[in-house]
Ligand binder design. Structure first.
Ligand code: HEC
Ligand code: HEC
Length: 376
């Protein structure tokens, strides 16, 4: 497998088409996930890239067994000792040449695949816990999701570091053996003895993989124009919380029917107790209606922690206080402190209580950052 004599080498097939498609889609998905990771505005793209990475990983595991010669894990299952020896020899510039993956590269690949699993699965756990959305929506509490996020972020940084090592190794190898390894991952061909050639490029499997990626993207982004007319970003609309028709009818006629998850249960009790003096209005609800509304409000109040916003609002209100304004809770004030007074007076806003002017998902009670948009 190593240092063949120059005379007998020719241009041979090495990387089959599915392996190459996997490699570049995986790299692109990582780049997209990394670039969209910080901003909540691009949360949807980030989540898409994460699911794509998990799907590609599953494909690669399958292909590590069912793929052609050099794609199979068995063809590059080197021991740690072999990898280390190879690395040391490469540094002193006398490493043998491998047609398929070399031992050091092989270890980097297995480590990157393992990290891909850790980062994508933890990402789905963060989404399901912290945001209560996605494939594992509601698997755990919001605080647990926040803890898993540390693992997600740490894994992603380590993965980026490995990518740098991998790219460095590719450049080093390419120079040492005077062959462009990145290009061979595009064309599939390398110089080598005919006996080591892969029998075919497996085009049909590559086509099936490409079709699966395209179908997933289509399914995921379908209907975005309707959800985001005239916007420059994809709003990430929050999960729908439990709704009550009676609540929406009784409390939605003068203003947005503020979702009960935005105040603790004791605040709702105070609000209904003072319904004769409701910000200058008299609500005048009969006993049965009051009981029904209060029952719904208590069940879905901020104490239940149904959304990230409600969890944080509940945490920001001291036990002995029962504010009847959402806009007076610590979390709300902190989140809106940077908005200048003039913005609140804009015709399309008018009041701090006009949540829906800036939050596309206010009616759902979700308040995702990425669904926030201050009108001009
Ligand atoms: C007759 C009109 C009317 C109805 C019906 C009504 N409200 Fe209000 N509500 C108001 C007014 C006026 C304000 C003050 C708005 C402002 O400050 O801009 C207000 C404010 C509020 C606020 C405080 C918003 C903030 O600043 O955080 C809450 C909470 C609220 N209402 C809950 C309810 C609930 C729950 C119901 C149904 C039981 C209800 N309202 C029904 C008129 C109404
Ligand atoms: C003038 C526009 C505007 C209005 C009106 C408004 N908000 Fe906001 N809201 C914002 C902005 C801007 C942010 C900050 C987003 C950020 O931190 O990047 C925000 C953030 C939030 C957040 C935090 C979201 C998160 O996950 O970090 C919550 C919850 C929220 N608003 C709830 C409300 C509620 C409830 C109302 C109505 C009582 C309201 N907002 C009214 C503009 C507005």
């Amino acid at each position: 497998m190593t240092s063949e004599s120059r005379a007998e080498v020719s241009r041979i097939r090495v990387w089959d088409a599915p392996t190459r498609l996997f490699h570049w889609s995986f790299a692109a998905a990582f780049a997209a996930a990394w670039a969209s990771g910080e901003s909540d505005r691009w949360r949807d793209v980030h989540v898409f890239a994460g699911y794509l990475i998990l799907g590609l990983l599953a494909f690669r595991l399958l292909w590590g067994v069912a793929g052609s010669r050099h794609a199979r894990f068995a063809s590059f299952a080197f021991t740690w000792r072999e990898a280390r020896d190879y690395g040391l020899r490469a540094l002193s510039r006398n490493a043998p040449r491998f047609v398929g993956h070399n031992p050091a590269g092989a270890w980097a690949i297995f480590a990157m695949l393992a990290l891909a699993a850790v980062v994508s699965v933890s990402g789905i756990l963060v989404l399901g816990g912290e945001e209560q959305q996605g494939a594992l929506s509601g698997w755990g509490r919001i605080a647990t999701g926040a803890m898993v996020k540390e693992l997600h972020d740490g894994g992603a940084s380590l993965w980026l570091l490995l990518i740098c090592v991998h790219v460095g190794g590719v450049v080093w190898e390419s120079l040492a053996h005077r062959e462009n390894l990145a290009r061979s991952m595009v064309t599939g061909y390398k110089q080598g003895p005919a006996a080591e050639a892969a029998p075919s490029f497996r085009w049909f499997s590559a086509l099936a993989l490409a079709a699966a990626i395209a179908a997933f993207a289509h399914w995921y982004f379908e209907g975005y124009e309707d959800r985001a007319p005239g916007r420059t970003y994809l709003p990430f609309i929050g999960r729908a919380l439990p709704q009550s028709a009676a609540w929406n009818a009784e409390c939605g006629s003068c203003h947005l029917a503020f979702h009960p998850s935005l105040l603790p249960a004791r605040s709702w009790q105070a609000l209904f107790a003072g319904q004769d003096k409701h910000f200058g209005e008299v609500l005048g609800l009969d006993g049965a209606t009051t009981a029904e509304l209060l029952g719904f409000a208590t069940k879905t109040s901020a104490d239940a922690g149904l959304s990230e916003a409600s969890f944080k609002i509940a945490r920001s209100v001291p036990e002995r206080e029962a504010p009847v304004r959402i806009t007076e809770t610590g979390y709300w004030k902190k989140k809106h402190a940077a908005i200048p007074e003039a913005t609140w007076r804009r015709p399309k806003v008018g009041s701090r209580a006009n949540c829906a002017a800036c939050h596309l998902d206010a009616e759902r009670g979700a308040f995702e950052d990425a669904a926030m948009h201050i009108p001009d």
